[in-house]
Design a protein around this ligand. Sequence first.
Ligand code: MG
Length: 182
Amino acid sequence: MKIIEDKKHIITRICIMDFDGTTIDSLTPERAKPIYKDKTGEEWPFKGFWGRPESLDMDIFDFKPLPHVKADYTKEAASNNTLMVSLTGRRTKLATKIEAILHANDYKFDKYLYNYGSDTLSNKIEQIGNLLKEYPTVRTIAMWDDRISHFDSFNGFGKSLVDCGILDDFKLNEIHNPQWTK
Ligand SMILES: [Mg+2]
């Protein structure tokens, strides 16, 4: 579904789905590095992980969706009044790889948003604000995210949007992914 400029006003709901551990059951560095060694014969050669394109290499790692998130996606994407957004803390330079993984798993979003700024939490909140400015007819937002340490902030932000009448409803679907502890 592609949102054409003059169809913007029909958007009343935005669904915002995180990537790592939410739409896709991607690997933490601890799980990924032994697989990298198995497949390439080399130790993971980089200092970082999340910023590396190699962490999204489909020839090395097997990327699968979280089935219950995929089921929610399918249900929500069926509505013409809903804007489907992929929002990740990964950086824009990884867009091609992220979108290839999502498309290979039959996710098609109206927008793919990446962290262009500071920390993931602040940037996600800023981008939700941007979406509300771009789509002023929106009345409800639903999010899917697995980062436990961000839950309180998202819920507080969503409540403030409802309390001041900007939204009728905000719901964070807290995705419990046993590989994350914080
Ligand atoms: Mg995540």
